[in-house]
Design a protein around this ligand. Structure first.
Ligand code: ADP
Ligand code: MG
Length: 382
């Protein structure tokens, strides 16, 4: 399912501007633990003011990369630069970087104000400066009246905001967040996603956030990197990642998709299309694909469930498949159908219910025709 972004689109996208200088530059960073490559030759440019998400399954290397940025883990190889300065050899406390941990680690015996002020006092700011900064931070996280409370007198969402206020109080150039919403339940999480994006947009600090939750990364991030076995699979905007996955792994990891394996049967370079013969469909798929690719190349074709139209009679379309309804899931706003073709492919289709009367109107064992456009079929390496 496509996720709507809760982030305002960047008026200028610096990653598309060849003259723009990256704010954070990670080059060829590798970190091994024994035989495990926690980070494997990672290079990544992140721009000023981004909320950048590192997304991947458990053990894919997200936290290791974040700790390398913080200076808590020393990479075997590679460099990290901020604002043109190589910080690779700086200890954590000399880096213009702060980190917000998953567990928040608020001091339980201190008030909210004392928690936020803690790092500032260590930095020897004057009492007046500390007071001003704490007030400013409480305002930022919309908790101006809760400064005297202790952490155990706060809700989970409020504790999360205090941790954020504490992390931002020292005005780092870069804030690192490891699963920042991991401790919150589902409803609160959604609300807090908005809060966090809103705060980040107001302070303008560059955020790098780790999450294993693809919805969270897709809704919050300006751009994201998908990690797998310590490597970066793809870097893109949320929409780019969803619509133009660069690998089968990314296509399947982000949202739901249908994968049809096959071989290139022909290419029409003038039209910018290919035909892919697919055994499981017993037919060819017409897909948009401009780059030259030899006939016979094995490929995987990805087609998103919501890009497939359902008909009761055979339509005229770039691609048509016929099958019987094997499963129906009614989810209120949408229905998901699993349609089984005679050759044994199971195709997932999503229908949106726009008016109330349009409840699922197909039944188990109904014969349906499915169609999709060449432009909705993405050809990927197998
Ligand atoms: P993620 O945050 O994506 O879940 P991590 O960065 O924590 O992944 O871990 C990446 C890989 O490195 C995993 O295989 C993990 O077991 C390993 N690893 C991470 N930290 C250590 C460590 N301190 N000692 C040994 N192995 C580690
Ligand atoms: Mg982790």
């Amino acid at each position: 399912m496509a996720q709507p972004s809760i982030r305002r689109p960047a008026p200028v996208a610096p990653w598309q501007d060849p003259a723009a200088q990256p704010f954070l530059r990670i080059q060829n960073v590798t970190k091994t633990y024994g035989k495990v490559y926690a980070c494997d030759d990672v290079s990544l440019d992140i721009y000023q003011g981004e909320l950048f998400a590192l997304l991947g399954g458990s053990g894919s290397g997200k936290s290791t990369l974040l700790r390398i940025l913080a200076g808590l883990v020393k990479p075997d190889r590679g460099t990290v630069m901020i604002d043109g300065v190589d910080i690779s050899n700086l200890p954590p406390y000399e880096r213009p970087v702060n980190m917000m941990f998953q567990s928040y680690a608020l001091f339980p015996h201190m008030t909210v104000e004392q928690n936020i002020a803690f790092g500032l006092k260590q930095d020897r700011l004057s009492a007046a400066e500390v007071r001003d900064r704490v007030a400013q931070m409480l305002e930022l996280v919309r908790m101006p009246d809760l400064g005297k409370r202790k952490p155990d007198q706060l809700s989970g969402g409020q504790r999360q905001r205090v941790a954020l206020a504490r992390a931002l109080a020292k005005q780092p150039k870069l804030l690192l967040l490891d699963e920042p919403l991991g401790a919150l339940d589902r409803k609160l999480r959604e609300h807090t996603q908005f809060e966090l994006v809103n705060i980040q947009e107001r302070v303008g600090t560059t955020f790098v956030m780790v999450t294993h939750d693809q919805e969270e990364a897709m809704t919050m991030a300006s751009r994201l990197a998908v990690m797998n076995f310590g490597r970066i699979e793809q870097v893109s905007t949320p929409a780019g990642m969803y619509e133009y996955p660069a690998s089968r792994f990314v296509a399947e990891f982000i949202g739901a998709t249908n994968i049809f394996e096959g071989r290139i049967a022909s290419q029409d370079e003038g039209e910018g299309t290919v035909r892919v013969y697919c055994d499981a469909l017993g037919s060819e798929i017409l897909a948009r694909h401009a780059d030259p690719i030899p006939v016979g190349t094995p490929v995987a074709v990805s087609v998103r469930p919501e890009k497939i139209d359902v008909h009761e009679t055979r339509p005229e379309a770039d691609n048509v498949a016929m099958g019987r309804v094997a499963e129906i899931a009614y989810l209120g706003d949408v229905s998901i159908y699993q349609v089984k073709t005679p050759a044994g492919a199971v195709i997932r289709v999503q229908e949106t219910h726009i008016v109330r009367s349009s409840e699922p109107h197909y039944d188990w064992d109904d014969t349906l025709y499915l169609s999709w456009e060449a432009g909705s079929a993405v050809v990927l390496p197998t």
